[in-house]
Design a protein around this ligand. Structure first.
Ligand SMILES: *Cc1c(COP(=O)(O)O)cnc(C)c1O
Length: 407
């Protein structure tokens, strides 16, 4: 026995893991042996990969790889410091300027991840006398940022602008500032946040409007400019967060807005101040990715063509891909609603054994009774790969007696 298991200090963790094993939701990390590609190997097994956020195939685009290598040769592998000490390289500024131009905003700041962009921003722009009005399905990084801010958190029902307005009215006479915040695309259901309605409400009540476009960046709007562009709400959203880790293919998060917002975050956002900046290769990769979004919009078209085809076929086969007890997807995020957590995890494992990787997602990531397999489309899947995956999914679901249960 190892020392750790003999010592009683962490026994409560072992007890919780035992509980997860008992209810079938414990998992081992799947290990990718090669590249994040439509067909690749996990744990030594070849699978059709329907689990990655590499929407546009940029994680292994030759131009991005070249950009990373060239930047590494020119500038080294690390930035050596946090941005505010000595770790702001020219290439970090080039990326921020590139994103600001792309998003048509005054300024942009890049964080180490989308998570730190959200958490660092929400927690620094509000304080304990303020109010945060947040969609009930907003991402964990928004929730953590809200908690860190110590502002009062008011949660509105999913995508329910009327409920958000009720809450705004409740606090209208309070002296604190108000922030309305929504995901642009919700990561577990794939539906689109009502950015237009919420931004109009924010305007009406003098609230700050913030959108987290992690799954909308590179997916929604012209050339993948995101949900603000999708809804034509330019100038109406004060804080736009995006990620560089999903469609952009590398790693990072960014905040777009006014010059003063960005300057303020340079001075107060704690992950910016207290955590080292990206390696130059990451910044160079992302610059190349935005070039490709501008020059190769056909990638986004292929992503949407694959999405419509694949989701149409799943519905035809009788699957619940959302829209019954959960929101209907409107994007490449494809939830296959199963219900019971154990069943969803079993389904995911059975699919893997038959050569399809789809993520099993259970409580507490999604509500109890709404466990699911989440399937992600990319521009790079071929029709033959999608057809093979569809055939496998249908066969396994029938064998497990699930197709009747979920339809
Ligand atoms: C993935 C995700 C994030 C975090 O982005 P990372 O760059 O992976 O840290 C934030 N918000 C939403 C809605 C996400 O889906």
């Amino acid at each position: 026995m190892t020392q750790a298991t003999e010592r009683p200090q962490l026994a409560h963790l072992t007890a919780i893991l035992d509980e997860l094993r008992a209810n079938g939701t414990h998992f081992n990390l799947r290990i990718l042996d090669d590249q994040q590609a439509p067909v690749c190997h996990y744990d030594g097994k070849q699978v059709i990969n329907l689990a990655s956020n590499n929407y546009l195939g940029l994680a292994n685009h030759p131009k991005l790889i070249e950009a990373a290598l060239a930047a590494t040769r020119a500038f080294g592998v690390g930035s050596g410091a946090v941005r505010t000490i000595a770790g702001t390289m020219r290439i970090h500024m080039d990326l921020e300027e590139k994103i600001a131009r792309f998003k048509n905003v005054e300024a942009c700041v890049v964080f180490q991840s989308g998570f730190t962009a959200n958490a660092g921003t929400v927690s620094s722009i509000l304080g304990k006398d303020d109010f945060i009005l947040s969609d009930e399905l907003n991402h964990a990084s928004i929730i953590d940022g809200a908690r860190l801010s110590r502002a009062k958190i008011k949660v509105f029902r999913h995508k329910d602008a009327a409920h958000c307005e009720e809450l705004l009215q409740e606090v209208a006479n309070e002296p604190g500032r108000k922030l309305v915040i929504t995901d642009g695309v919700f990561s577990m259901d794939g539906d689109i946040g009502p950015v237009d309605k919420l931004a109009a409400l924010a305007e009406k009540y003098g609230a700050i409007m913030m959108v987290d476009d992690a799954h909308a960046s590179g997916v929604l709007g012209r050339n993948g400019r995101g949900s603000v562009d999708h809804f034509g709400m330019h100038g109406k959203v004060d804080v736009q967060v995006g990620t560089l880790s999903k469609a952009i293919g590398a790693l990072g998060g960014y905040v777009c807005g006014s010059k003063d917002l960005i300057d303020y975050l340079y001075h107060r956002a704690r992950p910016f101040l207290f955590s080292t900046s990206h390696p130059p290769s990451v910044a160079a990769t992302c610059i190349a990715a935005f070039d490709i979004l501008e020059r190769e919009p056909d990638r986004i078209q292929r992503l949407w063509d694959n999405t419509h085809y694949f989701q149409g076929e799943l519905k035809r086969a009788g699957f619940n891909v959302g829209g019954i007890t959960t929101p209907a997807t409107q994007t490449p995020i494809t939830p296959l609603i199963v219900g019971e957590s154990r069943k969803a995890m079993e389904f995911s494992r059975a699919l893997f054994d038959e050569g399809v990787l789809g993520t099993g997602i259970a409580f507490p990531t999604v509500p109890e009774g709404k466990a699911r397999i989440r399937l992600m489309l990319t521009s790079e899947h071929t029709k033959a790969q999608l057809d093979e995956a569809l055939e496998t999914i249908e066969r396994v679901a029938k064998r497990m007696g699930m197709l009747e249960a979920v339809s």
